[in-house]
Design a protein around this ligand. Structure first.
Ligand SMILES: [Zn+2]
Length: 73
């Protein structure tokens, strides 16, 4: 599962929406969001182009089996 998280594009950069997997603390583009952004500012934010590109690939690629303990059938 993935969710959108508003944050700065990079340190001191513009506010954008990143894509982040549910159980990680780092966005798809590798940004660590260390503070919440208030909703009013976030509504005007664009989208992180790196996250969008990676997210697009994730959505079109076949699912990756990431549980090494469950490889045996
Ligand atoms: Zn991003």
């Amino acid at each position: 599962m993935y969710e959108m998280c508003a944050g700065v594009e990079r340190h001191g950069g513009a506010l954008v929406w990143h894509v982040m997997a549910k159980n990680t603390a780092v966005t798809l583009c590798g940004t660590r969001l260390d503070r919440q952004v208030d909703g009013v500012n976030a509504q005007r934010a664009g989208h992180c182009s790196t996250c969008m590109a990676l997210f697009g690939k994730l959505m079109t690629a076949p699912p990756v089996v990431s549980a090494p303990a469950a490889t045996d059938h």
